[in-house]
Design a protein around this ligand. Structure first.
Ligand SMILES: [Zn+2]
Length: 444
């Protein structure tokens, strides 16, 4: 429960085998805004009985702009299960149990999402109790202490993982000003200070848990008119807020950076090579080109993977992350290396792959295959109402409409081998690069 996704998978591409004219997101959906700024998106699907409800708040660790206040978006993911006067936590759990509903939540850089899947008879109940907790959440000072401890426990548990540390250091090294400098977990000292931040926590809630930041996605065995009526009935009186987060822009990086981590216990070495990369866009070809590069150069089907993992067996984990973000983030290649003495060779191999895209045009045929593959694998994942709502939720956090998925996949179709080369030349530059290595201590 209340899982955190520290490293949400980047490429969420999409489908379309043969006919590019066909939209990748195949469902007709109904999108409407209430006068308070809340947006509702209803997606009737062919899957009977089941309904999946995703509530996306466009607030994540990106919004944590004040020094000493990192980790609050994630803390609220926990606080939101603390109930209201009308529906205390035990009652909330009982209602879910009665409905046979599964409920969960996650926090990332740009969003916090709450989701529930249930049968269609329970639609009104679920819309009602979710509206209640978003509008009437109530907690005492000691509750924040309890939840802070849970969050601290989660921090400590994650800290046992070398990759958590690797990403913490990578972000901290690559960013100076933007809040992507810290992970969604936040800085340890801020997490430790949370029990003292009762007043601030209420301020955070009243800034961001507002209709203009929130989108309700309902997918499944539903009728748009019915959903519109229920959303208006239970969410219509929610008051619009006025806060706008001032997220500092990251200055242009002016030189390569690197950092080494000495892990206190034995572990295989990790290597992260990252370049500054553009924000999510459904109109900028560079974004689509970099998505395609992450597959062409760094997936299991890439030459480099075949060489490092399968043939030479120097590496036992290899991949790239170019996640969609509201603001410019990173394109990162990541490897776990079997022997410390191979780190440098693997680093050179990965850097050569990045450079290769600048020098050599990919074949048009290979590019077409990858586009087909991306469309096909996205389409394949939309195989139940929860998966459909979940895929839409990630894009809603970026552009607040499922239409952006169609635009992104249309953009993939337009990318040429020259676009791939130009994007590589623009972003895979030494001055925008950050390399972090992590090596383990000696066996006792
Ligand atoms: Zn958590």
């Amino acid at each position: 429960m209340r899982r955190l996704l520290p490293f949400a998978c980047g490429l969420i591409p999409a489908l379309l085998a043969a006919a590019p004219a066909q939209k990748i997101f195949p469902y007709r959906y109904d999108q409407h805004d209430l006068s308070n700024g809340l947006r509702g998106i209803t997606i009737p699907t062919d899957y009977p009985n089941v309904v999946s409800l995703f509530i996306v708040v466009q607030t994540g660790s990106r919004n944590e702009v004040e020094p000493g206040k990192s980790g609050f978006a994630h803390l609220f993911e926990h606080m939101m299960f603390r109930g209201t006067k009308q529906t205390p936590p035990e009652k909330y759990e009982a209602i879910l149990k009665e409905a046979g509903a599964a409920s969960n939540a996650y926090t990332s850089d740009d969003l916090t999402a709450y989701h529930t899947t249930f049968s269609k008879e329970d639609l009104e109940t679920m819309v009602r109790i979710e509206a209640d907790r978003f509008q009437n959440l109530e907690y005492a000072q000691n509750t924040i202490k309890t939840e802070s401890l849970a969050v601290l426990g989660e921090y400590n548990k994650n800290s046992a993982s070398p990759t958590q540390k690797l990403f913490e250091v990578l972000r901290d090294t690559a960013f100076d000003q933007h809040t992507y400098k810290h992970t969604t977990m936040g800085y340890l000292k801020d997490v430790q200070d949370m029990p003292q931040q009762y007043e601030y926590s209420k301020q955070f809630f009243s800034r961001y848990y507002r209709p203009e930041y929130t989108t309700i996605i309902v997918a499944g065995d539903v009728k748009p008119a019915e959903v519109r009526k229920l959303v208006a009935k239970y969410w219509g009186d929610w008051k619009r807020g006025s806060h706008k987060a001032e997220i500092p822009a990251e200055p242009v990086q002016e030189g390569p950076r690197s950092e080494r981590i000495n892990w206190p216990s034995p572990t295989l070495p990790w290597l992260a090579i990252a370049f500054k990369a553009p924000a999510y866009s459904d109109t900028l070809k560079d974004v689509a080109a970099l998505d395609l590069i992450s597959y062409l150069g760094f997936s299991e089907n890439s030459d480099l993977y075949q060489r490092l993992v399968i043939q030479d067996q120097k590496v036992d984990y290899f991949g790239a992350d170019f996640s969609n973000r509201v603001d410019p983030y990173l394109f990162t290649a990541l490897a776990r290396i079997k022997k410390p003495e191979d780190i440098k060779a693997v680093e050179n191999d990965i850097l050569a792959t990045f450079s290769g895209f600048k020098d050599t045009l990919v074949s048009a045929q290979r590019l077409a295959e990858v586009k087909r593959h991306l469309r096909y694998s996205f389409a394949l994942r939309l195989n139940n109402s929860e998966a459909i709502a979940g895929a839409v939720a990630r894009f809603v956090a970026l552009k607040r409409t499922p239409e952006t998925i169609n635009r992104l996949y249309e953009l993939y179709e337009q990318v040429t081998p020259e676009d791939i080369r130009d994007a590589a030349r623009k972003y895979f530059v030494e001055k925008g690069r950050t390399i972090v290595t992590l090596t383990g201590g000696k066996e006792k």
